[in-house]
Design a protein around this ligand. Structure first.
Ligand code: ATP
Ligand code: MG
Length: 274
């Protein structure tokens, strides 16, 4: 399973999860949640079994995007949560947990403890990929996820402007320090291109994320345009973004395979001869 397996006591509920991928950015509002969901859906479309966890206790957004409510949650007798099944993926969110409804689940006062509980008290079953949508910042929750969840890999999301890049560097350094592989960087909201126009408008500056990927020797998984969204036109059915997420999920799968190959060839082999 995941990279740091031998150093961690893997929660029972995560034992049949082949790969756990954290979507990080120290900066808020750059599109982590939208991107987490689209990667999860693109992997599902390829035939993988996929789960998505929204680990943002302060601003959970997946439950809104996936149109789900706390009333849908069910607990088993031994206090394990059944994840919801939404759009073909298993899903759980901090936004679905409310103290009145599920007092038993929440014991620790710490948010990071709550995130760990959410991950480890959910009945994930067999999954090829579990995508973890993280809150912004480089605080307790991110540290806990990086240190205590056996992440196979991570993806870093940024927007091109300087303030986002400088925050994002802190995020990359934190992930590097904890020796979690980064499968690549996604630059989001890179430009806006009106319909029937050749011109791209670089509203937040040009290539900030691309340059960051060069600086940290990370693969640039995509530069995604800012698109106009409405009730009917959401990120999910935007044709340009949809194609991009197919590519991103392909690259993620390849990166994870490479990581696993590297890991297995890194183990010394002994030849026993008689
Ligand atoms: N490429 C895009 N084009 C248009 N809108 C986008 C794009 N990417 C994200 N958005 C929108 O931007 C808003 C912020 O995105 P999102 O909530 O995914 O960011 P986030 O990084 O998860 O934020 P937070 O740090 O608060 O968790 C959302 O309304 C989302 O739909
Ligand atoms: Mg978010």
């Amino acid at each position: 399973m995941a990279q740091t397996e031998n150093k961690l006591r893997i929660p029972e509920t995560l034992r049949k999860v082949k790969n756990i991928v954290g979507i990080f950015s120290a900066k808020g509002g750059v599109g982590k949640s939208a991107i987490s969901l689209q990667i999860a859906l693109a992997l599902k479309d390829k035939g993988f079994k996929v789960g998505l966890v929204d680990a943002d206790i302060y601003g959970p957004s997946q439950s809104v995007m996936l149109n789900s409510s706390p009333g849908e949650l069910q607990l088993t007798q031994d206090q394990i949560i059944e994840p919801l099944a939404k759009e073909g993926i298993k899903f759980i969110s901090m936004g679905l947990i409310s103290n009145e409804k599920m007092p038993v689940i929440w014991r620790g006062p710490m948010v990071s403890g709550a995130v760990m509980q959410l991950l480890s008290q959910t009945n994930w079953g067999e999954l090829d990929y579990l995508i973890v949508d993280t809150p912004p910042g480089t605080g307790d929750v991110q540290l806990t996820l990086l240190q205590r969840i056996p992440l196979t890999s991570s993806i870093v999301v940024t927007t091109p402007q300087k303030v986002a890049i400088s925050d994002c560097k802190k995020g990359i350094e934190m992930i590097n320090k904890l020796n979690i592989p980064i499968s690549g960087l996604i630059e989001n909201m890179s430009w806006f291109q009106p319909d029937q126009s050749e011109k791209k408008y670089y509203l937040f500056g040009k290539d900030g994320g691309k340059n960051l990927s060069v600086e940290y020797s990370l693969d640039l998984l995509a530069q995604l345009p800012l698109v106009e969204l409405s009730e009917e036109d959401n990120i999910q059915n935007n044709p340009i973004l949809k194609k991009e997420f197919v590519n991103i999920s392909d690259k993620l799968a390849v990166s994870i395979n490479n990581l696993k190959e590297k890991k297995s060839t890194g183990i010394p082999q002994i030849n026993i001869t008689q």
